[in-house]
Design a protein around this ligand. Structure first.
Ligand SMILES: Cc1ncc(COP(=O)(O)O)c(C=O)c1O
Length: 375
């Protein structure tokens, strides 16, 4: 299941370890998520932190997304350079130097938005904008239980009041990202948890909208809960990220029909790795280790050779160890294995480019041009 149809010869011609995007699967994922948002009358603003690639961001916009999300200012800079606008920076900016970069970027891309979660952000950003005679759109980041960023719901209206007192900041709505519920396995448990934690944010949003008709954006959700959150009428846009590439963390989570997320959103991202040493009866060594497979979210899954029951584990910086319940079925030296990564985002950040597979062929590459943009 899931393995690409590029031929063994094409796989062997690629230098491993490398990342391959299966374009047919990728386009299927893009269109399914876009259709889900459009059908519900909502916007899609996918999170580019997943794939770090401006060419892919452009595909998402061509498929109907209203813009994209990024986590950091430097990611936004790279996207603006690539000609992409309508960018939301989903993390607060807290230092004068970074605020200066942000304001420079607003001059080049006036549609840029950023979240705010603290009076310190407000003062810094407002001061820098005022000094340049500029203004920008902002969202209030509301903490819905992840506790990573965001203002407590009980303090949100007071902070909104502070934003409104600054003429250089235009408050356009809220962000409420519930990262802590995205991977809850059971559908009912995930649904309950997501609705529970969005409830306070909905109240904040409704209170704001009652007095400020320009507060129209409620940006939320992820690949785990997008279908659940579409039932919340106030959610105006989905910030989903992983759906486009997919990983083993997300493949297995249960869906409403008791199936799995991986049935609709298949893994478009594959990591190819080659058996480089085979001198033991009970394992072989492959050329992908910590430097090419980020160690997070469980183990990667070997999907090709198909039905091989091969299991991957890290074996140092440059290598992995592959075992099999039936050691006589271990792959031979030179065999190229196809893996689904356990957590796609940080793994992508380890590579310079994607190889693009269409059917049996590799048709080109896309640079991972936001790679390393963590500032
Ligand atoms: C603020 C924010 N929004 C959206 C997402 C996208 O989530 P997912 O990859 O689960 O779709 C993330 C991912 O970590 C995030 O940090």
């Amino acid at each position: 299941m899931y393995q690409m149809i590029i031929t063994e010869k094409v796989k062997r011609d690629l230098e491993t370890p490398c990342l391959v995007l299966d374009l047919d699967v990728l386009e299927g994922n893009l269109h399914k998520m876009q259709a889900a948002a459009t059908h519900a009358g909502r916007n899609l603003r996918p999170h580019v932190k997943t794939h770090k690639c401006s060419a892919l961001a452009r595909r998402q916009i061509e498929a109907g997304a209203i813009g994209v999300c990024v986590a950091k200012v430097s990611e936004a800079e790279a996207l603006v350079k690539a000609g992409i606008d309508n960018i939301l920076i989903t993390g607060p900016v807290a230092t004068p130097g970074k605020v200066e970069r942000l304001v420079n970027l607003v001059a080049a891309a006036p549609s840029l938005m950023v979240v705010i979660d603290h009076p310190g952000n407000i003062a810094l950003l407002d001061g820098a904008l005022r000094a340049r005679g500029m203004s920008m759109d902002v969202l209030l980041d509301v903490d819905v239980g992840l506790h990573r960023t965001g203002v407590r719901p009980s303090d949100a209206l007071a902070l909104a009041g502070q934003i409104l007192s600054r003429p250089n900041l235009r408050l356009r709505g809220i962000q409420a990202y519930a990262g802590q519920v995205q991977h809850i396995h059971a559908y009912d448990g995930r649904k309950h948890a997501s609705h529970e934690c969005l409830r306070d944010a909905v109240q904040v949003f409704c209170d704001l909208r009652a007095t400020l008709p320009t507060c129209t954006i409620f940006s939320a959700s992820g690949t785990g809960t997008f279908d659940i959150d579409l039932a919340v009428p106030e959610v105006s846009e989905l910030q989903v990220g992983s759906y486009v590439c997919m990983d083993t963390e997300y493949l297995e989570i249960e869906t409403a029909d008791a199936g799995s997320r991986g049935a609709a959103f298949e893994p478009a991202l594959r990591l190819l790795t080659t058996v480089v040493s085979a001198n033991h009866e009970d394992f072989v060594t492959v050329d992908a280790g910590l430097k090419s497979l980020y160690k997070d979210g469980g183990k990667p899954r070997v999907i090709a050779p198909a039905d091989s029951a091969l299991a991957y584990d890290w074996f140092g910086d440059e290598y992995g160890r592959v075992t099999c319940p039936d050691p006589s079925a271990l792959p031979r030296l030179g065999t190229v294995l196809e893996l689904v990564t356990s957590h796609c985002d940080p793994t992508v950040n380890l590579f310079d480019r994607y190889f693009l597979a269409r059917g049996e062929r590799v048709t080109g590459t896309w640079p991972i041009d936001l790679r390393g943009c963590s500032q």
